[in-house]
Write a protein that binds this ligand. Structure first.
Ligand code: ACM
Ligand code: ZN
Length: 486
């Protein structure tokens, strides 16, 4: 069993014998030394009765050493140890959906603090969707004027008749980016297209295939009306938005969505069909491939690497230099992509999505998931960039609920991203989470209580039924109860 009260658990811990009380340790008084044999994000930490010593490959390694020490200091008593530590994966992230429901900048900072504490290094900020446009684009003020307001909210069992609106100014976004950077976390945005774009089409119905008036979405789900891939003006708007957002966000990654884009309208649209003919595209999936490649090329010209949800692989046209985020990949195309040199981020729906109740995704299911999923060759395994836990907010209206859903699963995913698979242990994680939980609470984040993390099968069924009222199906139950990918 693990001996240190730290999440994520370090790569290597050597016991030196004895214990020490760290409660009165002043973290700022510890001066690290640079060890050029270590990588930028690696550190060693020696905790001895007479001295605490940090050696780090660089500022990042030093920061991670301090995150470890913060947790140990909070726990008080600590065995004397030598820790040699570095991350298992280079991408360790959470995704926050502010399109369906926003949260305040102060709350986002609290999430960033939590992410830093568990050594995550990226935040994926989902800022545009059917139900709201949340980022100011100076060249298109109508996206905020019209796209940020929905008439009502009809999400599952939640019905609110009043208008919901809001957006982040560029200064507010910069404030988040700066705060995150101080915590060694990069923020990359998501502008989702060609699907999930009702908030654009409400302002620009002429950019849809039918050209008829549309409203910002008020309910969850997938909508047939998407950007018309045969319309040059739709592409121009995508470039305008990408250009401004690429300038706003310094991160080299940029998420361009590409998920859940129904092909019904494209099949019936003369402009889309003409585009397919013009470029010899065999079907609408290839049309999506063509459209997404336009965005990828544009971003490449700005020095950015595009990330796409795994549906874009359906076209077979994704270049190797884009990154695929795997969430619902029944044909395991992301394995083929990785096996052939493409990079993949792992966010499997039934394991890493935190918007679903613990009855569907218990902590043990999230924790026990091995990000090295089935079907990967040796090369494919090397191409798994890391892990990311998304939280979609259709059903999450306030920060307390958000924290309940995210924590502790957020920290379980952080541990999967950092700790070597063979060193991971659920029982130990649960014990260690008590210490971390105290620290999170002191910073305004209230995790779900332990009794809710792993409900028994009857409780799970009841929770699932309540959550999916109206949309409950056998497939959901089957997948919810399959507990491992191994
Ligand atoms: C997704 O959950 N639609 C990526
Ligand atoms: Zn069209």
């Amino acid at each position: 069993m693990h001996s240190l009260n730290v999440i994520p658990y370090p790569k290597k811990v050597t016991n030196l014998g004895g214990t020490i009380d760290l409660s009165d340790t002043d973290l700022s008084s510890i001066n690290p030394c640079v060890d050029t044999s270590l990588k930028e994000d690696e550190y060693t930490l020696s905790i001895m009765p007479t001295e605490i010593k940090i050696s780090a490959g660089g500022k990042l390694g030093e920061f991670y050493a301090r995150q470890t020490l913060k947790q140990l200091i909070n726990a008080g008593s600590c065995p004397c140890v030598k820790i040699e530590d570095s991350p298992a994966f280079s991408h360790r992230a959470f995704m926050l959906d502010c399109a369906r429901h926003m949260t305040t900048i102060e709350n986002i900072k609290k999430l960033i603090d939590a992410a830093a504490l568990v050594k995550m290094n990226r935040m994926h900020w989902h800022l545009t969707d059917d139900q709201g446009w949340r980022v100011v684009i100076d060249s298109h003020p109508e996206l905020i004027e019209i796209g940020s307001r929905r008439e009502s909210s009809d999400f599952g069992q939640y019905h609110f008749n009043e208008e919901y609106s809001g957006y982040f100014t560029k200064d507010e976004i910069r404030e988040v980016i700066d705060y995150a950077a101080k915590n060694y976390i990069e923020v990359f945005p998501e502008f989702d297209s060609p699907g999930h774009t009702l908030s654009i089409l409400a302002a620009h119905p002429e950019l849809s295939c039918k050209g008829e008036p549309l409203k910002v979405g008020t309910r969850q789900g997938i909508f047939d009306d998407i950007l018309c891939a045969g319309n040059d003006e739709a592409l121009q708007l995508v470039f305008d938005v990408l250009g401004e957002m690429a300038e706003l966000f310094p991160c080299k990654y940029f998420h361009i969505g590409g998920d859940e884009a129904p092909k019904k309208r494209w099949t019936e649209c003369p402009k889309c069909q003409a585009r397919m003919k013009e470029y010899g595209l065999k079907n609408e999936e290839e049309l999506q491939g063509w459209f997404v490649n336009k965005a990828i090329d544009f971003l490449r010209s700005k020095g950015k690497t595009a990330i796409v949800w795994n549906e874009s692989l359906n076209s077979g046209m994704m270049p190797k230099d884009c990154i695929t985020q795997r969430w619902m990949d029944k044909k395991n195309r992301s394995a083929d992509f990785a096996n052939n040199g493409g990079k993949v981020i792992v966010s499997d729906f039934y394991f890493y999505y935190c918007d679903y109740p613990y009855g569907m995704t218990p902590l043990k299911k999230t924790y026990n998931y091995n990000p090295i999923f089935k079907g990967l060759t040796q090369e494919g395994k090397q191409n798994i960039l890391g892990v990311e836990t998304p939280l979609w907010t259709e059903y999450v209206r306030d920060f307390d609920r958000l924290c309940y859903m995210f924590f502790p699963r957020f920290c379980a995913v952080a541990e999967a991203g950092w700790t070597p698979q063979k060193k991971r242990n659920l029982k130990s994680f649960i014990q260690r989470f008590e210490n971390l939980s105290q620290m999170l609470k002191a910073n305004g984040i209230n995790p779900a209580p332990a009794k809710d993390w792993n409900p028994n099968p009857i409780k799970r069924l009841i929770e699932l039924k309540r959550f999916f009222k109206g949309t409950f199906n056998l497939d959901t139950v089957k997948n919810s109860f399959s507990s491992t990918n191994a």
